[in-house]
Design a protein around this ligand. Structure first.
Ligand code: FES
Ligand code: FES
Length: 210
């Protein structure tokens, strides 16, 4: 199966959201092929040394928040569905379900990704983090959101907390403008951007002062 490279917030040289959707579509189409076409494609790909086509139900293991978790999924299952419905990890939320809002954001191998359009099978062997595992201490991102009213209805909040943490982990000295660009893959319907940015800046300043 082709590795997906979801767009990474804050990295302008990365793939665009359109590239990401195109890549996911190809991967998903490969994953759900059934019938005679599967056998032919299997043979062709084996000859090319490519991974074999998956169908039916597959056993997978995912490393989620430091724990090895095993489950069965259909090859087309998204990381979001697998986390929420198979592994009871409900921090990432389903809102748009189409790589637009960021409510489903999870961190895979250090990169913020839209888990609603990332295939679970493609995350095997990678490190998956959701906000359930985040520190909530005095200088943490979750604490800063609380201190700066970074939420109203809260639908977007898990995704924003995750996106901010992922970005600041990589760019601890980021400016407000850089943070603004770095988390622009996330949308807040209530318009709580002022609080979100204030929370991110609070953490960035605390990190610089440490
Ligand atoms: S639910 Fe995944 S981007 Fe909106
Ligand atoms: S707080 Fe309501 S969508 Fe962000």
């Amino acid at each position: 199966m082709t590795d997906q490279k979801p767009r990474k917030p804050g990295e302008p040289s990365g793939h665009s959201r359109r590239d990401f959707l195109r890549g996911s579509g190809v991967a998903a189409a490969t994953a759900v092929l059934t019938g005679p076409a599967v056998g032919m494609l299997d043979e062709a790909k084996a000859a090319e040394g490519e991974p074999k086509v998956l169908s039916g139900t597959v056993d997978i293991k995912l490393k989620v928040n430091g724990q090895e978790r095993a489950c069965q999924v259909e090859p087309r299952s998204t990381l979001l569905d697998t986390l929420r419905n198979r592994l009871d990890v409900t921090g990432p939320k389903r809102v748009c379900d189409r790589a637009t809002c960021g409510a489903c954001t999870a961190i895979v191998d250090g990169d913020a990704v839209y888990s609603c359009t990332t295939l679970a099978v493609s995350c095997q062997g990678k490190t998956i983090e959701t906000l359930e595992s985040f520190d909530t201490g005095e200088h943490s991102v979750p604490h800063a959101f609380h201190q700066n009213d970074g939420l109203m209805c809260g639908y977007c909040t898990p995704g924003f907390v995750t996106a901010v943490k992922s970005f600041l982990d990589k760019h601890p000295n980021a400016t407000e403008e850089e943070i603004r660009k770095g988390i622009d893959g996330n949308i807040c319907r209530c318009g709580t951007y002022v609080g979100v940015l204030a929370a991110a800046m609070q953490v960035a300043k605390a990190t610089k002062g440490a």
